[in-house]
Ligand binder design. Structure first.
Ligand code: KG4
Ligand code: ZN
Length: 337
């Protein structure tokens, strides 16, 4: 069973073909980073227009690289949300048109669940139950998954996402967009104890809060820079990174302990971070799953893979699929009818 995946939720146009929910036959991505870099963030209108230009050639390329004729795919999986509305509509419209013309099932996929699915495209996929830490430019989520249809949000950010904090701090420091990889690189050469930035834990003894907050840390960096003290870029990046990541690690491990679950899946663009990966790799007894770098950032292989669950569980084919822009996980599982 070959599924064509389509992803246009933000600033990457992507198309991929995945076989049996496991084997990536092709995974094509056109990044728009260069278009958005002058604005130090994603401009929705520019993103939608670029998706319109890229989508058809990219679908063609992904079928060609997979050596697969359009009529031989079993279904079309597409990201419904969360993401930028205009951007999502481009992918969904393309998927609807293809499904109509080819008379194939149309499978709606949640972008966040697809990020988690990326770990299932590896040689040794995780087994349920597991905790997932999903960290990207738009989301900071701690989830407990007992199965694909039993998924609970245990914590989320109350303001900025962790990737967003990286991007905003990079902008303050005059570094290029996206900020995550650049700060990560500078941080490797710095002293992470040089500056004491706050660690926003918001831990509530009674409620055992697993939520996150990043706007305070971002503001602390801003005030530090305003003081005009001489600083080394390496040290400021390393110190910011320590504050941003230590709370992620602490809360994730505390949740694993509370739930008696030792399998952890890291997902999303920030899972590419060197220190975040290394921090978890050091924990004894933790069954850690992190997708390879190219599957951590936005791609369509994760969408096609997640979409394969639809036909397997006989839930698919709804020509009336709609997009949603906000996080929707409390109400739904990963695949939509
Ligand atoms: O998952 P993703 O590709 O797109 C979203 O769905 O948001 O994540 C992009 C985010 C950006 O904020 C980027 O700065 C961050 O992931 N990122 C990183 C690293 N690589 C990418 N953050 C920290 N360290 C990295 N190495
Ligand atoms: Zn993403």
């Amino acid at each position: 069973m070959k599924i064509l995946g389509i992803e246009t939720s933000c600033d990457e146009t992507a198309a991929a073909v995945v076989e049996d929910g496991k084997t990536v036959l092709s995974s094509c991505v056109i990044s728009q980073i260069d278009l958005h870099r002058p604005y130090a963030g994603v401009v929705p209108e520019i993103a939608s227009r670029a998706h319109v230009s890229n989508i058809v050639p990219l679908i063609r390329r992904s079928l060609k690289e997979a050596d697969c004729k359009a009529e031989n795919i079993s279904g079309i999986a597409v990201t419904r949300g969360p993401g930028l509305a205009g951007a999502l509509l481009v992918g969904l419209s393309a998927a609807k048109a293809l499904a109509f013309v080819l008379e194939k099932p149309l499978i709606g996929v949640d972008h966040l669940m697809a990020h988690i699915y990326a770990s299932f495209l590896t040689e040794s996929p995780p087994s349920f139950p597991f905790i997932a830490l999903l960290v990207s430019g738009g989301h900071t989520l701690l989830l407990r998954l007992r199965s694909w249809t039993d998924c609970t949000v245990m914590g989320t950010t109350i303001d900025d996402a962790v990737g967003e904090a990286y991007d905003k701090v990079a902008r303050m420091l005059g570094l290029s967009y996206p900020g995550g990889p650049v700060i990560d690189e500078w941080a490797q050469k710095g002293n992470e104890r040089a500056i004491e930035f706050p660690k926003i834990t918001m831990y509530n003894k009674k409620k055992g809060n697993y939520n996150f907050s990043y706007s305070g840390l971002k503001t602390a960096v801003m005030y530090y820079l305003k003081k005009g003290e001489k600083f080394s870029l390496e040290d400021i990046c390393a110190s910011f990174q320590r504050s941003a990541l230590s709370v992620l690690q602490e809360k994730t491990l505390r949740l694993c302990e509370q739930e008696h679950i030792s399998t952890l899946v890291l997902a999303g663009g920030v899972a590419a971070n060197k220190n975040l990966r290394a921090g978890f790799q050091k924990i004894p007894g933790l069954d850690l799953h992190i997708p390879p770098l190219k599957l951590c950032t936005d791609n369509a292989a994760m969408v096609a893979g997640m979409g394969s669950i639809g036909p397997m569980e006989k839930i698919f084919d709804n020509p009336d699929l709609k997009i949603y822009s906000k996080q929707n996980l409390k109400m739904h599982e990963g695949v939509f009818v």
